[in-house]
Design a protein around this ligand. Structure first.
Ligand SMILES: Cc1cc2nc3c(=O)[nH]c(=O)nc-3n(C[C@H](O)[C@H](O)[C@H](O)COP(=O)(O)O)c2cc1C
Length: 347
């Protein structure tokens, strides 16, 4: 099989195997739409708490209403298929939240079993689900039941870490239990909860899991460049890869990776093209959040876009000074002016 290939997750057929990972605070629907523009085959919302879904009662509202949870849950306009990621520890509450997701028509429902943030794990959710694999199984079972009853039986998927810490590398057990409970794909970020986002991810765990499971395994971890995605696919035998930090400020990574996997020529975008994408991102974010909030939210994204410029044909001179100006931008006009003054708006 070619290294770039379609992936089937339960009854969901995806055209390719390059996914955008869930990244809280970054993979908003505006950013996801840019990744889809660049050929992302599948994308995930950031983690959304089951409780916040239940509280917001989306089934009683117009899905387009600008409620904060709605904005997290809604697909981007060009996003034909996406997964909503839920977190929670109580199987019944997960089922209840899942049952309310119908208005958005997600193509899959992903369960977060990897988030290391204290507030999340204290409630028994995120990576803490890996410490109680029986409960993880019940959470998946309830999600599957709700999907069958209310969501047209879309596949339920699970995202795991390698374990809680180096003494408890139980990803294989957790994945088996999740699959027995009905999970149709497992994504693995092979760092432990104790590692957070530091150190290196251990891809041998991805290879091990891919050899054990009958469902597709998606690999995550340290995919900063197209070549690394190709290496992960080759070395681990995973069905798909998901870009996380490597995509931030660089939605072009999807087009570049696809070209690499298909041995097609690829012209990397220069700084002007990259920053024009950042402005499109800002415009789409402003449509969701209003200009004021979008301009604040975009500061971190713009920093990522300017840093990614060094991946293109030429970096930008005075990148640090530019970032310093950008973090003070308050309006869309400010952003445009700063980029124009730096001579970066047009190639
Ligand atoms: C700031 C940040 C937020 C993240 N948010 C989520 C999340 O909401 N759900 C999730 O499953 N993983 C989340 N992740 C983990 C990523 O999806 C990914 O598995 C991890 O960053 C490893 O990939 P990378 O080393 O290529 O970044 C997050 C990672 C980062 C850095």
């Amino acid at each position: 099989m070619d290294i770039y290939h379609p992936v089937t997750i339960g009854n969901l057929a995806l055209p390719g195997n390059l996914f955008l990972a869930p990244v809280a605070g970054y993979t908003d629907r505006a950013f996801r739409s840019l990744c889809v523009d660049q050929g992302a085959d599948f994308s995930f919302t950031e983690l959304v708490s089951a409780e916040s879904v239940i509280r917001s009662r989306p089934d009683l509202k117009v899905p387009e209403a600008p409620h904060p949870v709605n904005i997290l849950l809604r697909p981007a306009d060009n996003e034909q298929r996406y997964a909503i990621q839920l977190f929670g520890a109580d199987p019944e509450r997960i089922g209840l939240a899942a049952a309310l997701l119908g208005p958005w028509r997600p193509a899959a429902l992903d369960i977060n079993a990897g988030c290391p943030v204290p507030k999340v794990v204290r409630s028994g959710a995120g990576a803490a689900l890996m410490q109680d694999s029986a409960n993880l199984g019940r959470v998946v079972e309830e999600a599957v039941r709700a999907s069958e009853q209310f969501l047209g039986a879309i596949p339920v998927t699970v995202k795991l870490r390698s374990g809680w810490d180096s003494q408890s590398l139980n990803y294989a057990d957790c994945a088996r239990i999740a699959v027995e409970a009905g999970a149709a794909m497992v994504s693995l970020h092979p760092r432990t909860r104790a590692q957070g986002y530091g150190g290196r991810s251990d891809w041998t765990c991805i290879a091990d899991l891919a050899s054990r499971l009958s469902v597709p395994v998606t690999g995550s971890g340290d995919l900063a460049a197209a070549e690394e995605a190709r290496r992960m696919l080759r070395e681990t035998g995973c069905a798909a890869v998901m870009f996380a930090r490597g995509a931030l400020g660089n939605p072009f990574i999807f087009a570049e990776t696809r070209a690499l996997l298909l041995a097609q020529p690829y012209r990397p975008p220069g700084p002007g093209e990259r920053l024009a994408a950042a402005l499109r991102h800002l415009e789409r974010l402003a449509a969701d959040l209003g200009e004021r909030r979008a301009c604040v939210e975009m500061r971190k994204h713009f920093c990522a876009y300017t840093k990614a410029c060094k991946l293109g044909r030429a970096g930008i001179a005075g990148g640090a000074a530019l970032r310093n100006s950008l973090v003070h931008a308050e309006t869309m006009e400010d952003y445009r002016r700063i980029l124009e003054e730096a001579g970066l708006l047009f190639e």
